[in-house]
Each structure stands twice: as C-alpha cells, then as structure tokens.
Design a protein around this ligand. Structure first.
Ligand SMILES: *Cc1c(COP(=O)(O)O)cnc(C)c1O
Length: 262
C-alpha cells in the first residue's frame, strides 16, 4: 500500500503526507493542552504544482500561503475558479463534498511596498509586516479602498538567518504606531527560526517569541483580536506548537521540496 512507485500520479502521496502532517499537528497540540483544531495549518505552496493545491482543496483544506506576491496573485484566482467549478458540479449532491466554502490566502514572505497593491486584494492575512513604512503603505492602501487588512508583525528573535523582521525591543512600539492606523488590524506575531538539523535547537526562539506575544497582549495596544502566533515550518512545527504556536506554515513536509528525489 505504501509502495513508492515511479507513477506520475502524485495524488495518493499528497493525501498521505497531508494526513501525516495533520496527525502530527494534532498530537503536538494535545501535548500542549490544546485541540488539533486550535492550530491552523497554512499549506505553503511555493514548491507545489497547482494540481497539488487542487488535491488539498478536495481534501477540505482552506488555508494556503505563498512567499512571493506574483505567484500568489496568479494562484488565488486559479484556485477560487477551481473551487467554484467544483462546487457547481457537486451542487445538487453537496453532501458528498468536503471542499471548503472558500479559500484563504496568506502572504508569508517579505513584502515590498511597491507590491502592496497587487497583494492585498488576494490575502486574508499578511504575516510579514516588519517596518513602519510598510505598515503605512498598507494603511494608505486600505484608506483608499475603504478596506481593512489583517497583519502580523514579523519578529526577528534570533538575529541570524534572515535580515527581515522587527527587533524584539521594537515590537511594542511598532504595535503602538499601528494601533493608530484605522485600516490595519494587527492580529499577532510571526517568526522564522533559523534552520537547525535538530528542531529542539529552535525551542528557545519560539519560547522567546511566545513571551513577546504575551508582552504585546499585556500592553494597551493589542486589541481582542491580537490572537495569532505564527511560528513553525516543516522542520520544527511540533516544537513551535509545544511553545504556543496556533498557526504553522508547512511546505515541504506536504509537497516535498523542489529538488527532492523520489
Ligand atoms: C517556505 C516557507 C515556509 C514553509 O517552509 P517549509 O520548510 O518548506 O515547510 C514557511 N514560512 C515561510 C515564510 C516560507 O517562506
């Protein structure tokens, strides 16, 4: 049953890896005293084929993420078109389908200010706000279109690996500034741990981010809806959940990597 043939049909493998990831997320949630459904899994599809995304939609998956605006702006309409067709076909006998009502897109990668206009119409949540200037650009775009945008502040806790992200000491101040922007809703924090072979080595970064998250919640600048802690990727999502993540961003554990052999 689990034989890995050279078959072109990737569907059975994706269904298996999806079930495996969801199972591991659920187990980690339970270890931290929560339920599986308390942790949102964003399928990061940068290495995936469109067909694989359709397969996940067929399996009932709702949340997808990209790290580049161009690919996101291309795929969001493709996938909603697929979903619309799928639902129309099932229409009469809707009981058989577990396809979601709608798909939610997440921008998880670095966002340049000149891409805001292209990005915002497609996304539910932008994970990567890391400067006042980007926040202002998003707010101005929202003011112009009378629309609000949900964002996370990306925090650079480790100081290594990536240049992106706000320094921990600057987080509450940026939150205070965003609090004055009516068209921006700060929903929480995001972090990326540096890559380690052993995910245990990421635990301190996740624990520190959780502390910052609680500091923000204790400040007067985080509203009721400041409740998302986005941390953990394929290599380290279980440790992140144990440290309090309620959103994980998983790519290669679902889809494989671009250069992975069979
Ligand atoms: C690619 C990416 C992920 C997923 O990475 P995997 O290790 O493939 O799970 C998560 N977050 C961001 C910001 C990414 O760019």
């Amino acid at each position: 049953m689990s034989s890995r043939s050279a078959s072109k049909d990737a569907t059975p493998d994706l269904a298996e890896s999806y079930a495996a990831v969801m199972g591991r997320v659920g187990a980690a949630a339970e270890r931290s005293g929560r339920r599986a459904e308390d942790v949102l899994v964003v399928a990061v599809s940068k290495y995936a084929e469109l067909d694989q995304l359709r397969t996940l939609v067929d399996l009932g998956h709702v949340d997808f993420g990209e790290n580049q605006v161009q690919q996101l702006a291309q795929r969001a309409p493709q996938l909603s078109e697929y979903l619309a067709r799928h639902r129309a076909m099932r229409g009469a006998s809707s009981s058989g389908s577990i396809a979601p009502e709608r798909i939610r897109w997440h921008m998880v990668g670095h966002l340049q200010r000149n891409k805001v206009k292209q990005c915002v119409p497609h996304v539910q949540l932008i994970h990567s706000v890391d400067s006042l200037r980007l926040a202002e650009e998003l707010h101005n775009h929202g003011a112009k279109h009378d629309a609000d945008t949900d964002v996370l502040l990306q925090v650079n806790v480790s100081g290594e690996g990536t240049k992106n992200g706000v320094a921990p000491a600057a987080v509450v101040h940026l939150l205070e500034q965003i609090d004055t922007m009516m068209h921006l809703r700060c929903r929480g924090l995001m972090t990326m741990a540096p890559h380690h072979e052993n995910p245990e080595d990421c635990r301190a970064v996740f624990a520190r981010t959780r502390e910052l998250f609680e500091d923000c919640r204790g400040s007067r600048y985080a509203g009721d809806r400041f409740n998302i802690l986005s941390m953990g990727m394929s290599n380290d999502f279980e440790v992140a959940i144990e440290e309090g993540a309620n959103l994980v961003r998983v790519g290669s554990a679902l889809f494989g990597t671009a250069d992975a052999g069979g």
